[in-house]
Design a protein around this ligand. Structure first.
Ligand code: FES
Ligand code: FE2
Length: 425
């Protein structure tokens, strides 16, 4: 349970709020590249409570500007993309991606004082099918060199999903391994879909249903929290999953690719009550299953909202709850997670919760976030802000979904795999 003050600290994201200032120390996804193809109309976007316009100039560079023109405030997302920038429709002021005012054509001499104008502009970088921005002070840090952002297209998938709640509670769902055994449970045996758990004959679905009260352990890393979840099974075997909370607003966990890659959910606030969940699926081995990609896309409408959503009560079907799925909301996990987290309320009232032992990763992540917020408040750089190219490796982000001997040494098992991964670098 938290106090109201602690809850506010962790969930408010606007400029000047402690939580918002923390989020602004890291690069954040602002759009999918597919939303802004060459020649596309500028996009009106809201991120961390700020109204902005994202556009691609005639050289192909992405720019993110304050949406209201510096002259008299007209909405720049209606503007003309031309002459190396974005031109306001009202009086033709032209801005480049860095917020310089290049022209004030209605003024004598094209505006002698136009250089004095510095329009709000945030730097953008594009990689892995995503446009990222840095909204913080000073020189932007390096974008962490996550493996999943540089994977070839056949081993990588990215999309985004509209969520009607605060970013933190949705991210807490990613680091809550017990809900897999309930919310996402299938009531019939399933062998398809996942390429499986390494070393197992059975699918992940069946394994998480066979032991619904796993052992959990957490450890701090330099970028977040490592979470061990061990489901002891018969036959001296255990199903080990290793997942992560990553500062400040993402998680990595075994997903569609079983033990040969991982999924990442990156929860970017639109405002305090809504966010975009950017979902990445990365395969370290074989190309991604095209059917899986199609299935994921079919859960979404063209505006990236879920077909199953709050307005239609997630199309819950009580008949299917008898024999098919635990939740009666189809087989797609995205709708299950959207239901569970949005129904906690726009911002979960954490003064009313009752945490138990299986919430230990959530507790560890909150503590780390609080500490990182204090770091910023006291003028220190928070963890996982990377500035040294030689330090820009996240090789210890080792996600595991393996069947292992039930000998209780899962940490040792993990360290061995970690050492092997490092040796390959
Ligand atoms: S309000 Fe944009 S140019 Fe005048
Ligand atoms: Fe989930």
């Amino acid at each position: 349970m938290m106090t109201q003050e602690e809850n506010e600290l962790l969930t408010r994201t606007g400029r000047g709020t402690p939580g918002g200032e923390l989020l602004r120390r890291y690069w954040q996804p602002v759009a999918l590249s597919e939303e802004l193809p060459a020649g596309a109309a500028p996009l009106s976007v809201k991120i961390l409570g700020e109204d902005l316009v994202l556009f691609r100039d005639d050289k192909g560079r992405a720019g993110l500007l304050g949406i209201h023109c510096s002259h008299r405030g007209t909405d720049l997302s209606y503007g003309r993309v031309e002459d190396g920038g974005l031109r306001c429709l009202y009086h033709g002021w032209l801005y480049d991606v860095e917020g310089r005012c290049l022209q004030q054509p209605g003024e004598p001499g094209g505006g002698e004082h136009r250089d004095a104008i510095r329009h709000l502009a945030y730097p953008c970088r594009e990689t892995g099918g995503v446009i990222f921005t840095y909204m913080g002070p000073g020189t932007p840090p390096l974008l962490p060199n996550y493996e999943f952002l540089s994977a070839p297209p056949e081993r990588f998938y990215v999309n985004k999903i509209f969520h009607e709640c605060n970013h933190l509670q949705a991210n807490e769902g990613n680091i809550d391994p017990v809900h897999l055994s309930f919310l996402h449970r299938f009531l019939e045996k399933r062998e398809e879909r996942y390429r499986g758990v390494r070393g197992a004959e059975e699918s992940h679905y069946n394994l998480v249903a066979r032991n619904i009260a796993p052992i959990m352990d957490v450890e701090l890393t330099d970028f977040g929290v490592r979470i061990y979840t061990v489901r002891q099974l018969e036959n001296d075997k255990a199903y080990l999953r290793v997942s992560y909370f990553i500062l400040p607003n993402l998680s990595a966990f075994p997903g569609q690719t079983g033990g040969e890659g991982y999924s990442v959910n990156w929860h970017v606030p639109i405002d305090d009550d809504h966010h975009w969940k950017y979902t990445f699926v990365y395969s370290a081995g074989a190309p991604l299953d095209k059917k899986m990609v199609e299935r994921e896309r079919s859960e979404l409408m063209p505006d990236y909202r879920l077909v199953r959503n709050q307005d239609n009560r997630f199309i819950q079907d009580r008949e299917s709850m008898k024999s098919k799925t635990y939740a009666g909301m189809g087989s797609g996990f995205q709708a299950h997670d959207a239901f569970a987290t949005a129904s906690q309320g726009a911002i979960q009232d954490r003064t009313e919760e009752h945490l138990v032992s299986s919430d230990k990763a959530i507790v560890a992540a909150r503590k780390l976030l609080e500490k990182a917020i204090r770091d910023v408040q006291e003028g220190r750089e928070p963890p996982h802000v990377i500035r040294e190219p030689s330090q820009n490796r996240v090789s210890h982000l080792l996600v595991i979904s393996d069947m292992i001997p039930n000998t209780g040494d899962w940490k040792e098992y993990t360290r061995k795999l970690e050492a092997e991964a490092r040796a390959k670098l």
